[in-house]
Design a protein. Structure first.
Length: 138
Protein backbone atom coordinates (compact mmCIF):
# COMPACT_ATOMS: atom_id res chain seq x y z
CA UNK A 1 0.00 0.00 0.00
CA UNK A 2 1.36 3.39 -0.99
CA UNK A 3 0.32 5.90 1.68
CA UNK A 4 -0.16 9.57 0.96
CA UNK A 5 -1.49 12.51 2.95
CA UNK A 6 -2.97 14.13 -0.15
CA UNK A 7 -5.25 12.78 -2.84
CA UNK A 8 -3.16 11.95 -5.90
CA UNK A 9 -6.04 12.94 -8.16
CA UNK A 10 -7.24 16.31 -6.83
CA UNK A 11 -4.56 17.25 -4.29
CA UNK A 12 -6.74 17.83 -1.23
CA UNK A 13 -5.55 16.73 2.20
CA UNK A 14 -7.02 13.31 3.00
CA UNK A 15 -8.66 12.76 6.38
CA UNK A 16 -9.13 9.41 8.10
CA UNK A 17 -12.92 9.88 8.28
CA UNK A 18 -14.69 7.28 6.17
CA UNK A 19 -17.95 9.02 5.20
CA UNK A 20 -16.82 12.40 3.87
CA UNK A 21 -15.71 13.52 0.39
CA UNK A 22 -12.23 14.19 1.78
CA UNK A 23 -12.16 10.87 3.65
CA UNK A 24 -9.42 8.34 2.91
CA UNK A 25 -10.29 5.63 0.40
CA UNK A 26 -8.21 2.81 -1.08
CA UNK A 27 -7.65 3.12 -4.81
CA UNK A 28 -6.98 0.01 -6.88
CA UNK A 29 -5.23 1.24 -10.00
CA UNK A 30 -6.56 -1.71 -11.98
CA UNK A 31 -10.06 -2.33 -10.63
CA UNK A 32 -10.84 -5.76 -9.21
CA UNK A 33 -13.83 -6.04 -11.54
CA UNK A 34 -11.50 -5.89 -14.56
CA UNK A 35 -9.32 -8.82 -13.53
CA UNK A 36 -10.23 -12.47 -13.33
CA UNK A 37 -8.34 -13.38 -10.19
CA UNK A 38 -8.71 -11.91 -6.74
CA UNK A 39 -5.78 -9.90 -5.48
CA UNK A 40 -4.62 -10.87 -2.02
CA UNK A 41 -2.23 -8.04 -1.26
CA UNK A 42 -2.34 -4.30 -1.57
CA UNK A 43 0.67 -3.99 -3.86
CA UNK A 44 0.18 -0.95 -6.05
CA UNK A 45 -2.88 0.28 -4.16
CA UNK A 46 -2.83 3.78 -2.71
CA UNK A 47 -4.96 6.27 -0.81
CA UNK A 48 -7.10 8.93 -2.50
CA UNK A 49 -10.08 10.97 -1.37
CA UNK A 50 -13.48 9.30 -1.35
CA UNK A 51 -14.93 11.80 -3.86
CA UNK A 52 -12.32 11.04 -6.55
CA UNK A 53 -12.41 7.28 -5.88
CA UNK A 54 -16.20 7.22 -6.23
CA UNK A 55 -16.03 9.20 -9.48
CA UNK A 56 -13.36 6.89 -10.96
CA UNK A 57 -15.09 3.72 -9.75
CA UNK A 58 -18.21 4.44 -11.84
CA UNK A 59 -16.13 4.26 -15.01
CA UNK A 60 -13.95 1.42 -13.62
CA UNK A 61 -16.98 -0.79 -13.21
CA UNK A 62 -18.31 -0.28 -16.73
CA UNK A 63 -14.88 -0.52 -18.42
CA UNK A 64 -14.10 -3.62 -16.36
CA UNK A 65 -17.33 -5.41 -17.23
CA UNK A 66 -17.23 -4.44 -20.91
CA UNK A 67 -13.63 -5.64 -21.18
CA UNK A 68 -14.61 -9.07 -19.81
CA UNK A 69 -17.71 -9.75 -21.92
CA UNK A 70 -15.87 -11.90 -24.46
CA UNK A 71 -13.73 -13.79 -21.94
CA UNK A 72 -13.49 -17.46 -22.93
CA UNK A 73 -14.40 -18.79 -19.47
CA UNK A 74 -17.16 -18.01 -16.99
CA UNK A 75 -15.85 -14.46 -16.55
CA UNK A 76 -17.67 -13.37 -19.70
CA UNK A 77 -20.93 -14.82 -18.41
CA UNK A 78 -20.42 -13.11 -15.05
CA UNK A 79 -19.80 -9.76 -16.77
CA UNK A 80 -22.95 -10.08 -18.89
CA UNK A 81 -24.94 -11.07 -15.80
CA UNK A 82 -23.69 -8.05 -13.84
CA UNK A 83 -24.48 -5.70 -16.72
CA UNK A 84 -27.97 -7.21 -16.94
CA UNK A 85 -28.47 -6.61 -13.21
CA UNK A 86 -27.31 -3.02 -13.59
CA UNK A 87 -29.80 -2.55 -16.44
CA UNK A 88 -32.53 -4.14 -14.32
CA UNK A 89 -31.82 -1.62 -11.58
CA UNK A 90 -32.27 1.24 -14.06
CA UNK A 91 -28.61 2.17 -14.65
CA UNK A 92 -29.04 4.73 -17.44
CA UNK A 93 -25.56 4.29 -18.90
CA UNK A 94 -26.05 0.54 -19.29
CA UNK A 95 -29.61 0.93 -20.59
CA UNK A 96 -28.46 3.39 -23.28
CA UNK A 97 -25.66 1.02 -24.27
CA UNK A 98 -28.06 -1.93 -24.58
CA UNK A 99 -30.60 0.13 -26.58
CA UNK A 100 -27.88 1.15 -29.03
CA UNK A 101 -27.02 -2.44 -30.07
CA UNK A 102 -27.15 -3.03 -33.82
CA UNK A 103 -26.35 -6.19 -35.74
CA UNK A 104 -24.34 -5.49 -38.87
CA UNK A 105 -22.54 -7.57 -41.44
CA UNK A 106 -19.36 -6.84 -39.48
CA UNK A 107 -20.82 -8.04 -36.18
CA UNK A 108 -22.51 -6.40 -33.23
CA UNK A 109 -22.04 -2.68 -32.73
CA UNK A 110 -22.99 -0.60 -29.73
CA UNK A 111 -22.32 2.82 -28.28
CA UNK A 112 -20.12 2.76 -25.21
CA UNK A 113 -21.65 4.53 -22.22
CA UNK A 114 -18.90 7.16 -22.10
CA UNK A 115 -18.43 10.52 -23.70
CA UNK A 116 -15.12 12.09 -24.64
CA UNK A 117 -14.92 14.01 -21.36
CA UNK A 118 -15.41 10.79 -19.35
CA UNK A 119 -12.63 9.03 -21.23
CA UNK A 120 -10.28 12.02 -20.92
CA UNK A 121 -10.89 12.28 -17.17
CA UNK A 122 -10.37 8.54 -16.74
CA UNK A 123 -7.06 8.82 -18.61
CA UNK A 124 -6.01 11.61 -16.25
CA UNK A 125 -6.87 9.41 -13.25
CA UNK A 126 -4.80 6.54 -14.66
CA UNK A 127 -1.86 8.79 -15.52
CA UNK A 128 -1.71 10.39 -12.07
CA UNK A 129 -2.01 6.99 -10.38
CA UNK A 130 0.71 5.51 -12.57
CA UNK A 131 3.06 8.41 -11.77
CA UNK A 132 2.50 7.82 -8.02
CA UNK A 133 3.14 4.08 -8.35
CA UNK A 134 6.48 4.78 -10.06
CA UNK A 135 7.64 7.21 -7.36
CA UNK A 136 9.31 6.15 -4.16
CA UNK A 137 7.10 7.39 -1.31
CA UNK A 138 8.61 7.62 2.16
Amino acid sequence: MIKSQNCVYCGIKIKKSQNADDGRSVEHMIPQIAVSKTRTNAQGDFHVCRKCNTKKSRIDELFGLISRINSPNENGDIAVSKLAKMAGKGNNAVLKMIKSVKKTTEGIQLKLPFNGEDIYEYGVFLTKGNILKNMEVY
